[in-house]
Design a protein around this ligand. Sequence first.
Ligand code: TRP
Ligand code: SF4
Length: 408
Amino acid sequence: MEGNTSKSTYLPETRVISGMRASGKLHLGHYFGALQNWVKLQKDHQCFYFVANWHGLTTHYQSPEVVEESCMDMLIDWLAAGVDPQKSVIFIQSQIPQHAELHLLLSMITPLSWLERTPSYKDQREQIKDKDLSTYGFLGYPLLQSADILMYRSTWVPVGEDQAAHIEITREIARRFNHIYGNDDKTKQRLDQLLKSMSGEEQKIFQAKRRSYLEQGDKSGYADAREILLNGNYDPEDLLILLGYLDATGKVILPLPQALIGEFAKMPGTDGRKMSKSYGNTILLRDSEDEISKKIKVMPTDPARVRRNDKGNPEKCPVWEWHKIYSDDDTRKWVDEGCRSAGIGCLDCKKRLSDRVCAEQKPFLQRATVYQDDKAQLINVLEDGRAKATEEAEQTLKQVRALMGVGI
Ligand code: TRP
Ligand code: SF4
């Protein structure tokens, strides 16, 4: 397929953006829940990954040291996991002040009720009692996130299920923006001309697909209609007008992103509950072999196996859940049979597991050493990321400022 978008740098063909709140060292829950996917996405997309340290402040404004320290730790963890600075743009949110500017500008058109009804806002206000979250910053959390995303005119946003509502708000805000600022008379006239210039057959198919998308939410209809436009050899500006027509808004100034919700198995912690810092049941991405094996040694097992020759049942044992993730079929068979017949002891079983986990994490540690030993390398990565992100951010903001009458 030859898309015409390559002529314009404004609308990237496929771009991914995601961020993580600064919140301490990362563990395997973060790896399986997000990072592993980030690493994979680098293969086929242009990816932007950033530390959302301003978002960290919305809940940790009273602990600036936590926000500051987690920033660098998180970056090294990403690089350790395989986020590749040669392929992806890696940066820190607060180094791109344009995020704050876009946040402010978008706040002018964002109805208060959209923010007040965000499920995460309501839930967290109720759940988190030890912090005062009745701040302006906390209410604006999803809007700042929208600015992060819309800034880079991204197509895909890989996030967990819990973030789906934020991506939905982001789409609503983009729609509203394009509707308000992308509907001047010149644009409307041009749209008329463009629609008239489509051939009869093409026009018919395009309109049918568009209707099926707008009236029934048919996503494949949307994809087909979009494909027709991308293959139409349009001038980049015209393409933005037509794509906006497809969304029934106005000319596309801020493209509508889509959530890429990962379906990940929840990584269990070493005690079988969900892995979480607050339960103290984590294995960190950069734990040493010693630390890993120590943590695995004390994992609880099937309570029925008190003595070495008591038979057990893997289904009642958190160690087994880990074998399911880390071990191959042969090992799993060895565990299942050996546990049920008391042919193996729990320590043998755990030793095999820790060997596997250590082997998986060895490359993480190797990649991390480069950056731990030489901070200048990390600074270089960030400097590169800052430069590329700023360039993209300015492209969007130039348009937004001009359209909102503050471009002088
Ligand atoms: N809210 C996200 C989280 O808690 C972090 C985040 C901030 C983000 N800005 C973003 C994620 C932009 C994706 C895109 O996980
Ligand atoms: Fe768990 Fe393995 Fe012990 Fe069975 S042998 S109880 S699976 S640790």
